[in-house]
Design a protein around this ligand. Sequence first.
Ligand SMILES: NC(=O)c1ccc[n+]([C@@H]2O[C@H](COP(=O)([O-])OP(=O)(O)OC[C@H]3O[C@@H](n4cnc5c(N)ncnc54)[C@H](O)[C@@H]3O)[C@@H](O)[C@H]2O)c1
Ligand SMILES: [Zn+2]
Ligand SMILES: [Zn+2]
Length: 353
Amino acid sequence: MARAKGEPVSIETIVIPDPGPGEAVVKIQACGVCHTDLHYREGGINDDFPFLLGHEAAGIVEAVGEGVTNVVPGDYVILNWRAVCGNCRSCLKGKPQICFSTFNATQKMTLTDGTVLSPALGIGAFVEKTLVHSGQCTKVDPAAPATAAGLLGCGVMAGIGAAINTGGVSRGDSVAVFGCGGVGDAAIAGARLAGASTIIAIDLDDRKLEWAKDFGATHTCNASTTDPVEYVKSVTDGNGADVCIEAIGLPAVYQQAFQARDLAGTVVLVGVPNPKATLELPFIEVFGRGGALKSSWYGDCLPSRDFPMLIDLYLQGRLDLDRFVSETISIDDVEEAFHKMERGEVLRSVVVM
Ligand SMILES: NC(=O)c1ccc[n+]([C@@H]2O[C@H](COP(=O)([O-])OP(=O)(O)OC[C@H]3O[C@@H](n4cnc5c(N)ncnc54)[C@H](O)[C@@H]3O)[C@@H](O)[C@H]2O)c1
Ligand SMILES: [Zn+2]
Ligand SMILES: [Zn+2]
């Protein structure tokens, strides 16, 4: 749990209500540590402390409330933060993958003194069990271990989807990915799955660039020593990449992605900016370069469509989810995992319950 801005996380005893109508209690098997958990802890998302962190998880449904039909106790599920409502203006336009009114559990989990907890992204999964809306449970093949499967619940799905769903990467495309953490490397893996023939990884850390090659980067650029815009142009016949993906959330890097893009190409922002950041772009080039500037919320994924499909690709050996797991840790080690993330030592630390 994160009690206050910047304070180290702590382990607490919490109270989980029995599932009410439409809700499910899920026994967590594994949960990845995502940069978004750290954003919450740093007060970068909102001020609704205390937060129950953790949201990249897989586990077993333990109990369901009245009216739940999509899962039964014993089902192996990945938790998602896009339980589509079916009724908002986006769902009604046939775009449930960007549902504006997603479901979370109605009841609240609390501390033993009754303090209401805010679960990260409506999940809260650095716990033995959590209470979610049943639509947040997506059934997948139990042959996939929870350490790998859980990662699809957030960062890895966000990255793969940024490339495939939002960026529309297609065979033969050139793709540049700025920031090669778990999300950026997933975008690289997604670009490879979609058939991109040139995949350029950009980071400040040579170790990250080495790892990026394992996911499919064909070229790497250390932006601390080489101008990434010039580099991307130099390996794309002077044109720039068809799709540039920003996976950090920094205005200066977004500007690079904007400039490194071919005419009529696409920029995808999947990194989450600091709420105070502003962005300046040459307006004439926004027009003159054409194309699309898009943001990717959760990789524009539809969990019921994308999770089982990606788990199948994993089980067929076509998507290496295990490669994202730098280490497995116990729930006591989340604070240390944040520090390792800040030092750039890991792609994902995964808590095994
Ligand atoms: N859009 C979504 O739905 C969604 C979902 C999950 C995570 N995210 C966000 O995606 C971002 C990345 O998450 P992550 O877990 O991969 O984080 P991470 O910290 O593991 O990775 C960030 C990477 O960027 C590199 N980097 C930092 N500054 C750079 C610079 N100036 N130039 C080039 N590289 C630089 C770092 O070395 C690191 O490898 C975060 O902002 C996270 O909140 C978004
Ligand atoms: Zn909706
Ligand atoms: Zn996340």
